[in-house]
Design a protein around this ligand. Structure first.
Ligand SMILES: NC(=O)c1ccc[n+]([C@@H]2O[C@H](COP(=O)([O-])OP(=O)(O)OC[C@H]3O[C@@H](n4cnc5c(N)ncnc54)[C@H](OP(=O)(O)O)[C@@H]3O)[C@@H](O)[C@H]2O)c1
Length: 360
């Protein structure tokens, strides 16, 4: 059959279908697409409500609670990391506390041991240096411990929102080294210990690796570009690891959070959308194994109720990668930067005045 014959056949087929029939099929396809979209939306909304408000808390027995097992927590001396340490000790885990300041770690270790009667080790570690001796020291402390949990919590953001081109080289390098390089290296050191522990117990217990992501990584965030990129990196890395370690019986989850009161966020007063670290970590641990607000993502959880509703709302309306989300985020961080610069100028003036007073 020549190509002219083929066109003639197609033409006669089209002309044999009446206009009414065409309209009917177009409407049918539109209706089926609408029904499919509505069904998937309602299913994920139902799962969100179930996971955030109804599902019972995760039982940490499956990770070896109250049986002499250990959890490693990085950035453990303050904020969210300190709460992870306290609440895992309360659930019956020994602790390896990792962060920079020895004195803060010692105080926390004493508090944990006296309150919860669990074994505690400390590792002082400046994650910004990427120094081999840090990793060697961590390896030495944990080599014979039955570890089942790793909390990759350590992280640094920009001191104030800043255009990428004005970001200092030190701040840029610190963020990437702490958030990414140190997190990856620590995971390479701790995970073999988790695999060993799980295998020893014939896979009757599981391992767990939680990594702190952020709304800054969920939504590309102008004026926090390096931090935003570092957390987006953790998202993909953690999700990939989750696939690799499933056959080793290790659950791997990225935790997404909007603001939490802490010295990093510089927010002191909690509210419905900004919980304190205690409430945030309680939700996070209770909801291990659920996606909560992160219904569209694999291996990810947005556990705190108001953050979950925000994440779900953005993902199902404007979308996390949209121009609208990006420009709203830009406006918000431009305004935070303006206020932060004004505050810095006020403080600089004050210290100049007090220096002049001293001279006089
Ligand atoms: N707070 C929020 O609003 C928020 C929102 C989303 C995600 N997050 C994420 O949650 C995690 C914890 O944040 P946070 O607000 O709890 O922070 P934070 O209150 O500032 O605490 C940071 C912890 O990390 C340690 N640390 C800081 N720099 C370190 C370094 N170079 N080496 C080793 N340890 C270091 C600190 O202890 P030392 O000073 O003693 O070392 C401290 O224990 C971060 O990954 C952050 O990105 C926080």
């Amino acid at each position: 059959m020549s190509s002219i014959d083929i066109f003639k056949t197609i033409d006669s087929l089209i002309s044999s279908v009446s206009t009414n029939k065409v309209i009917y099929y177009v409407l049918l396809v539109a209706l089926l697409t609408g029904v499919f979209k509505l069904t998937t939306f309602l299913l994920s909304l139902g799962t969100l409500i179930l996971e955030v408000f109804i599902k019972p808390a995760t039982d940490f027995k499956k990770y070896g609670a109250n049986s002499g097992k250990f959890a490693v927590v990085t950035g453990a001396s303050d904020g969210i990391g300190k709460e992870f340490a306290l609440q895992l000790a309360k659930r019956g885990f020994g602790l390896v506390l990792v962060s920079r300041t020895q004195s803060k770690l010692e105080v926390l270790a004493t508090e944990i041991e006296s309150k919860y009667k669990v074994d505690t080790r400390i590792v002082t570690f400046d994650a910004s240096t990427d120094d081999e001796s840090n990793y060697a020291n961590l390896e030495k402390v944990i080599y014979d411990l039955p570890i089942t949990i790793l909390i990759n919590n350590v992280g640094q953001s920009h001191s104030i929102p800043v255009p990428f081109l004005e970001t200092s080289t030190k701040e840029l390098k610190d963020i990437i080294t702490i958030n990414n390089i140190a997190t990856l290296r620590i995971t390479q050191i701790v995970t073999p210990r988790i695999i060993e522990t799980v295998n020893k117990f014939d896979s009757k217990i599981k391992g767990l690796i939680l990594t702190m992501g952020s709304f800054g990584g969920l939504l590309p965030t102008p004026y926090l570009a390096t931090y935003s990129g570092s957390k987006a990196f953790l998202q993909s890395w953690s999700n990939a690891l989750s696939g690799e370690l499933a056959s080793d019986n290790i659950d791997v989850e990225l935790i997404i959070s909007y603001l939490v009161t802490s010295s990093m966020s510089k927010i002191k007063r909690s509210s419905a959308t900004i919980p304190n670290p205690r409430d945030f970590v309680n939700s996070t641990l209770n909801k291990v194994g659920s996606r909560s607000g992160a219904q569209e993502r694999y291996g990810t959880s947005t556990p705190y109720w108001s953050h979950a509703l925000m994440h779900f709302g953005i993902a199902n309306t404007v979308g996390v990668y949209s121009k609208v989300a990006n420009s709203l985020n830009l406006k918000m961080h431009e305004s935070i930067r303006k206020r932060a610069l004004k505050k810095q100028a006020r403080l600089a003036n004050k210290s100049k005045e007090s220096a002049t007073d001293k001279v006089e």
